[in-house]
Design a protein around this ligand. Structure first.
Ligand SMILES: C[S@@+](CC[C@H](N)C(=O)[O-])C[C@H]1O[C@@H](n2cnc3c(N)ncnc32)[C@H](O)[C@@H]1O
Length: 219
């Protein structure tokens, strides 16, 4: 309980000082984390997993439980305070420790992250709704660059945030949201294989699952 409270306190502090990149007031709830891990749960052999924007590790906590020796797990986070927290968890918490030997936390933006081999699962918590359309295009280029041909990308977005924000915002912000909507819809139209509705989360969220060739997939 104390650990959870500290996690919430840290997350909220980072939200206040870095609103744009933190993008939420609290870490994801366990139902949202579970939906993000749904494709990974059907793994068959050894897997390579990339988590993007792990924050304090709310989703990481579920990912590490699904991993076994022989897998590879990389985490990319641009906030150094969150990186310290994650490294501490990999040292101190049993579930994290069990995966520590084949895991690494990288302090950098996703767009600069290079990997030796592509990943079977990319699980992302990036707050895309806070970014410009151009940055989101760059982020999707990175997702596809890092994802194996038959790999799955899973990311979440809070339900109906863009239409709601469009109603209450100024013209320049309305324009940004419209451009963003276009970029995201193009990705979803071409690549979506499934969408999970997670109502038990604050706020409720959709989890989008995408593949390069959606026709060949089912999750
Ligand atoms: C909405 S929080 C999600 C945290 C966690 N995954 C969760 O669900 O509770 C977004 C996270 O993405 C990180 N982030 C934002 N932009 C990033 C980027 N370009 N590359 C890597 N991490 C980024 C933030 O620092 C923050 O930890």
């Amino acid at each position: 309980m104390k650990r959870l409270l500290n996690e919430y306190r840290e997350f909220f502090g980072e939200f206040r000082s870095r609103f744009e990149t933190t993008g939420a007031v609290a870490p994801s709830g366990r139902f949202l984390a579970s939906a993000l891990c749904r494709p990974l749960r059907s793994r068959t052999g050894p897997v390579r997993v990339l988590e993007v924007g792990p924050g304090t590790g709310a989703v990481t906590r579920q990912i590490v439980k699904l991993l076994t020796p022989g897998d590879r797990f990389d985490l990319v986070e641009l906030n150094e305070n969150f990186v310290d927290t994650l490294n501490r968890r990999f040292e101190q918490e049993a579930d994290f420790r069990a995966a520590a030997e084949f895991s690494a936390v990288h302090l950098c933006p996703l767009q600069e992250f290079q990997a030796e081999e592509p990943y079977d699962y990319v699980i992302s918590g990036l707050p895309l709704n806070n970014f410009s359309a151009a940055l989101v295009e760059e982020i999707f280029e990175s997702y596809w660059r890092l994802l194996a041909p038959a790999g799955t990308l899973s990311y979440f977005e809070y339900m109906y945030v863009r239409p709601f924000r469009r109603l209450v915002s100024k013209p320049t912000e309305k324009l940004r949201l419209a451009d963003l909507e276009k970029v995201l819809n193009e990705q979803l139209t071409s690549h979506r294989i499934a969408r999970d509705w997670v109502f038990v989360n604050l706020p409720p969220a959709w989890v989008q699952h995408l593949r390069r060739e959606p026709a060949a997939a089912a999750v």
